[in-house]
Design a protein around this ligand. Structure first.
Ligand code: EPU
Length: 428
């Protein structure tokens, strides 16, 4: 079992380079299946979610070859299976993108239901509605989602909820359908635009990505291409929040500042000084954070995937802040962990009331989900004493080289391996 051990109290100072975006990568990798020739994908983050998807691709018959740590060539020509079994899909929310990608490629897909973080119910009814509108028959057999079509025909799909996953899956299924598909009330996240750019660079005809109406005119064939994934907005936001919490001074490189607008706005409200450059932001903080209220919303609102990290900043702020979750039913499970470290926070449904304390104190805590884990890291960085963060495989799903990056910024953090209760420092 691995844990992170963090000795809090160090200001984060220096520079950090942000990796490619997890949520773009997990959509773009299945999309390589739609092409008739190999793609080279650059700026891939080396995280377990990406490694799992590459493994699924190779189990389906694709040839996967790393060119360097962050560049992979994928040749989909020999893919002949349309089944992603429960073992292959385990723990991965993005397994659902194989439904859209395999349906688009082979007109049939059988995929185990998605896993991923536990925020209460995570339905896929809008994905299924989209596939059905395109002419697919969708059924549930032996715990698998089975989608088949004789022909996929463009159609108009109105999403009842703004869903990133449904928007992506419908784009994947529609890219090679006959005629025009219109997605209304589509999600507008940067990773949706990134997927559209990748598909268009392969020959697709997708307009409007980044707005709430996306038009996809189906094309017969797509050809593989070389494509570089956008920087990870949430990884960047996490280091920004860590810089603010530790009253640090950090230059965050390889980011798209436009994607960070809501995060920048809220961190400025806490008193941070943030300077934007073309592909970097500098975050400087020289005081205890001020309170501020935050409500998460689909893009361009404040991202739900930054809610736990922001709440941790507010846990040590002056005054009382109100954090409202507007996307997921249950994304406050981490608050209990934060209170173990001395935070003063109460949750009532989708709202948390957080009264800042002067200091957090070290405690053994768990990463109850990926971003909750990121919040525990920030809490550990500011807490007095040694914080042990457990269940860190959830953090490894989405943060590349987190120990190295934080150590370079001056944090005291180690990954520790415990076989049978004996403590051994893991060699880098
Ligand atoms: N929803 C439905 N029906 C559906 C799909 C979604 O009711 O068919 C609801 C959900 O229950 C939720 C809301 O719509 O209340 C938004 O869900 P969405 O489909 O947008 O989420 P997702 O595609 O499953 C992605 C990210 C999440 C991120 C959300 C919201 C990936 C792989 N995951 O999930 O990222 O929280 O969008 O922005 O892209 C993370 O990276 O830590 C993470 C959890």
């Amino acid at each position: 079992m691995e844990k992170f051990v963090i000795s809090g109290g160090n200001r984060l100072c220096g520079e950090v380079r942000i990796s490619g975006a997890k949520n773009a990568a997990v959509a773009i990798l299945p999309a390589v299946l739609l092409a008739d020739s190999p793609s080279v994908i650059e700026n891939l983050p080396n995280i377990s979610d990406v490694r799992n998807i590459l493994q699924v691709l190779s189990m389906l018959g694709a040839k996967v070859r790393f060119i360097n740590k962050s560049t992979v060539e994928i040749d989909p020509r020999n893919v002949n299976s349309f089944v992603v079994s429960p073992q292959m899909a385990e723990g991965m929310r993005a397994s659902s993108y194989f439904l859209g990608a395999l349906l688009g490629r082979m007109k049939k897909a059988r995929v185990a239901p998605p896993g991923g973080c536990n925020f209460g119910v995570r339905p896929i009814d809008q994905h299924i509605k989209g596939f059905e509108m395109l002419g697919a028959r969708v059924s549930f057999e032996k715990g698998m989602v089975d989608a088949r079509a004789d022909e996929l025909r463009g159609s108009s799909v109105y999403l009842d909820v703004v869903s990133v996953g449904a928007t992506i899956n419908i784009m994947l299924a529609a890219a090679k359908a006959t005629g025009l598909t219109v997605i209304e009330n589509a999600a507008r996240e940067p990773h949706i635009v990134d997927l559209a750019n990748y598909l268009n660079s392969m020959g697709a005809n997708i307009m409007g990505a980044g707005t709430s109406v996306i038009k996809i005119r189906g094309v017969e064939n797509l050809q593989g291409t070389t494509y570089s994934i956008i920087p990870d907005q949430i990884e960047a936001g996490t280091y920004m929040a860590a810089a603010v919490a530790t009253q640090g001074d950090v230059l965050i490189n390889n980011v798209t500042p436009k994607h960070l607008e809501s995060i920048i706005a809220k961190l400025r409200e806490t008193g941070a000084v943030i300077t934007e450059f073309d592909e970097a932001v500098r975050v400087t903080m020289d005081r205890r954070p001020r309170k501020c209220n935050v409500k998460t919303m689909p893009h361009p609102g404040f991202p739900t995937d930054m809610q736990p990290q922001m709440a941790t900043v507010l846990a040590i702020a002056e005054g009382t802040s109100i954090v409202t979750e507007g996307v997921w039913d249950n994304r406050f499970r981490y608050i209990e962990q934060l209170t173990l470290m001395g935070a003063d926070a109460q949750v009532d449904g989708k709202t948390a009331v957080i009264t800042g304390v002067e200091k957090l104190v070290a405690a053994p805590v768990k990463a109850v989900d990926l971003r909750a884990g990121a919040a525990m890291l920030i809490a550990g960085l500011v807490a007095e004493g040694e914080t042990f963060v457990e269940e860190i495989e959830r953090i490894d799903r989405g943060y590349e080289d987190v120990v190295e990056k934080l150590t370079n910024l001056g944090a005291d953090i180690k990954r520790v391996y415990y076989p049978d209760g004996i403590e051994i420092l893991k060699q880098a």
